[in-house]
Design a protein around this ligand. Structure first.
Ligand SMILES: CC(C)(COP(=O)(O)OP(=O)(O)OC[C@H]1O[C@@H](n2cnc3c(N)ncnc32)[C@H](O)[C@@H]1OP(=O)(O)O)[C@@H](O)C(=O)NCCC(=O)NCCS
Length: 161
């Protein structure tokens, strides 16, 4: 059974190991960076557990942007053996809900141009490509910028009657 909770300080080592496993050197965060993002007061950091075992985590940072509040997805990491079972979607739905409750109107993220799985995942959630940032990773790998308008989200996914 999947459960979602806020990240806690004791999770740091496990979440760091998961981030190192999910991303190549140069994209994975250092432990100090991850600790900062997880527990920064502007962050919403969620952990998802499957039968008490951590199956993934996600972080968004709330920030002002031209008079509006946006939620910036810092990362989403799902344990390799748990992928394609709906864990990422369940986690991201909870993160988007939490950002919306905290006043965010729009979500934004960057994803490596060669991370086709993640790009497909974000598109499924309704994110749209809004730009390309040259050399965003390590000065040599481009990122796609993707954004999602939160108020339109529930309208788009509302079940038909
Ligand atoms: C991207 C990631 C978070 C997706 O997590 P997940 O738990 O596998 O996602 P879900 O099972 O909820 O997938 C939902 C849908 O997204 C799409 N999707 C997810 N992963 C996909 C992949 N590798 N290729 C194509 N489509 C994919 C599919 O439509 C999937 O539905 P389906 O399995 O019924 O076809 C996970 O692959 C991951 O942690 N990757 C490594 C870290 C990473 O790249 N994070 C994002 C960086 S910005």
């Amino acid at each position: 059974m999947l459960d979602i909770r806020l990240a806690e300080r004791e999770d740091l080592d496990t979440l760091f190991a998961l981030d190192q496993a999910c991303f190549r050197p140069g994209i994975a965060y250092s432990k100090a960076e991850l600790k900062y993002f997880l527990f920064n007061p502007a962050s919403i950091s969620l952990v998802i557990e499957d039968d008490g075992q951590i199956a993934g985590f996600a972080i968004a940072e709330l920030a002002p942007d031209r008079g509006h509040r946006i939620g910036h997805v810092v990362t989403i990491d799902v344990v390799a053996e748990q992928r394609r079972r709906g864990v990422g979607r369940t986690l991201m739905d909870a993160l988007l809900d939490a950002c919306q409750r905290a006043g965010a109107e729009r979500m934004r993220l960057e994803v490596a141009i060669d991370n086709n799985g993640a790009i497909a995942f974000y598109k499924l959630l309704g994110f749209e490509e809004t730009g390309r940032i040259r050399g965003f990773y390590m000065g040599r790998l481009d990122a796609l910028r993707m954004e999602l308008d939160l108020p339109s989200r529930h309208t788009r996914f509302a079940p038909s009657r």
